[in-house]
Design a protein around this ligand. Structure first.
Ligand code: ZN
Ligand code: ZN
Length: 81
């Protein structure tokens, strides 16, 4: 994990996690026609990071399904301040 603001300037810095939060939707894995179990977790997990130079940003992710990768790439990182 590198700070995107620092990376844009070609420097690196220590990054710490400020907070983690997530939605708490109830969900169940489902089984497809081949009997394979998919885990399509609809919850969005938010992690706030801060680098040693004071940049702060938020990443929103969903856990991709281990079988088909559903949800991967849905939520990209975006920057705050
Ligand atoms: Zn930074
Ligand atoms: Zn799946």
């Amino acid at each position: 994990m590198n700070c995107p603001s620092c990376a844009a300037q070609g420097i690196t810095s220590d990054v710490t996690i400020v907070s983690r939060a997530g939605s708490t939707l109830a969900w169940q894995p489902h089984t497809d026609e081949r009997g394979l179990v998919h885990e399509h977790d609809p919850n969005i997990y938010r992690t706030t990071y801060r680098c040693a130079r004071g940049h702060q940003w938020l990443e929103q992710t969903r856990k991709p399904c281990p079988l088909c990768g559903e949800a991967s790439g849905l939520a990209g990182p975006f920057r705050r301040s």
